[in-house]
Design a protein around this ligand. Structure first.
Ligand SMILES: Nc1ncnc2c1ncn2[C@@H]1O[C@H](COP(=O)(O)OP(=O)(O)O)[C@@H](O)[C@H]1O
Ligand SMILES: [Mg+2]
Length: 433
């Protein structure tokens, strides 16, 4: 992850790609039995300065991640003291307690290693998946920005935001990791005047003048969002020199040209985060998030969503269906109320009234038996219509339909059993009398 810039402006960059630095494969590396009081389960990653293991805390009985730093660094480019850097990471994490940032449990030393015990994240680095709905991607970006903004509020600038340092759990939660080259407000560290980070995700002023601040993280966040939305890096090229040239001088390809589901507005939001001039960028991760939220990118409506259901209106007294009609549809009351009416001895009796959000007609919908009562509008009535052929599509993803239907069924069952009890007791008392 180290990089150096000579006085002549020559840039050399190590660990340029996003993949974890390649080291010996798991089978070649000797895995210790334990580090500190943690029982080691497996090797997760081999980084530039140490390894990351999956471990187990036998006392608390939980899985942990152990990030280690070997005291004898095989190669040290002299840019930075690795031990100081490692302790800085622990300090930065110690300042931040947020569900979107990996939590630190302990800093320790074991033989030739220093280690940090971290919350173990069951998941993988954030990646582009063409099948992920845009809404989900936006949610991931928003969760990431929320965590980043919190770190900034704690006075910590990450400085190396890129896909491998942002993990996504199996439940879709975001966890920012690797504060190894972060900067803490007011705390200078060895190497702060050095050039760190990954140029693909690095702000122009970070490359040019080694500036590191909230705005440089916002730029990296923009590059990460660009990647998440399109699968492409905004400033990609074959060599570090070309990448740097692109970051400094070129505009990224508009996202609208890379993915058909990206609107001009969304493209404009991401581009603002990627503005070359920091003054034109969002001034905070929260501002970036607000701009994204203002686009109102929501979960696409499924057939069962309310506004996807057909609606029908009836005037006061109008018959919605009659006893004996074929079923096949159920209804949810969106406005007004509906009387359920039964004919007996030439007279009609209102046996129930369905109010707002209530469902009726569901019995014939479910068992296909003709209507056992009539339904009559009371006042002006608006209904959502659920057709039998759409029933399962409708239920899928439409909680309000399912809720109304279950409520109607439960209420019918309760009424039926109350009636039963009433009839039985009436008969019993009737017999006695
Ligand atoms: N807390 C964690 N839980 C699970 N995996 C982790 C955790 N921290 C790091 N990793 C894995 O190890 C890799 C390297 O960790 P990182 O902190 O980024 O170290 P490096 O400084 O070597 O890049 C990450 O990309 C991730 O795959
Ligand atoms: Mg990393």
């Amino acid at each position: 992850m180290g990089a150096g810039m000579t006085d002549a402006g020559e840039i050399t960059v190590k660990g340029l790609d996003d993949e974890p630095t390649t080291g010996p494969s798991e089978s070649e590396v000797e895995i210790p039995q334990a580090i500190g009081r943690y029982h080691i389960l497996s090797l997760i990653g081999v980084g530039g300065m140490g390894r990351v293991y999956k471990g187990f805390d036998d006392v608390i009985e939980r899985v942990v991640a152990i990030k280690t730093l070997h005291h004898q660094q095989p190669e040290n480019d002299g840019d930075v003291d690795p031990l100081e850097s490692f302790k800085f990471e622990a300090k930065a994490l110690g300042r931040i307690y947020h569900p979107g940032i990996v939590n630190i449990y302990e800093y320790g030393t074991d033989g030739d290693d220093d280690f940090i015990a971290l919350e173990y994240v069951e998941g993988s680095p954030v990646s582009y998946d063409a099948s992920t709905p845009q809404f989900v991607r936006i949610q991931t970006i928003l969760k990431f920005l929320d965590a980043l903004d919190y770190a900034h509020q704690c006075g910590v600038v990450h400085r190396d935001l890129k896909p491998t340092n942002v993990l996504v759990t199996n439940l879709g939660e975001v966890k920012i990791t690797d504060f190894g080259i972060s900067v803490i407000e007011g705390a200078l560290r060895d190497g702060d005047n050095k050039f760190f980070g990954t140029p693909q995700y690095m702000a122009p002023e970070q490359i040019r003048t080694k500036t590191v601040n909230v705005q440089t993280d916002v730029f990296s966040a923009g590059a990460l969002a660009y990647f998440l939305l399109s699968g492409e890096r905004p400033f990609d090229a074959a060599t570090p020199r070309e990448i740097v040239a692109r970051v400094l001088n070129e505009e990224p390809t508009p996202l609208t040209g890379l993915s058909s589901d990206i609107t001009d507005d969304l493209d404009a939001v991401i581009r603002c985060a990627l503005a070359k001039n920091p003054a034109e960028r969002y001034q905070s991760a929260a501002d970036f998030a607000r701009a994204l939220e203002a686009l109102n990118i929501e979960r696409p409506a499924r057939r069962g969503d309310k506004d996807q259901l057909q609606s029908r209106t009836f005037r006061d007294g109008e018959v919605i269906f009659e006893e004996g009609d074929a079923g096949g549809e159920a209804y949810i009351v969106d406005q007004g109320s509906v009387d359920i009416v039964k004919l007996a001895d030439g007279q009609s009796f209102v046996i129930g009234t369905i109010g707002l959000k209530g469902m009726f007609g569901e019995m014939s919908l479910l068992d296909g038996v003709p209507r056992m009562a009539s339904a009559v509008a009371r006042g002006d009535v608006h209904l959502s219509v659920i057709k039998v052929e759409d029933l399962f599509d409708t239920l899928d993803g439409a909680d309000h339909v399912l809720n109304s239907m279950l409520a109607a069924l439960v209420s019918n069952l309760r009424t039926a059993s109350d009636r039963l009890v009433y009839e039985r007791s009436k008969n019993r008392f009737g017999n006695k009398n």
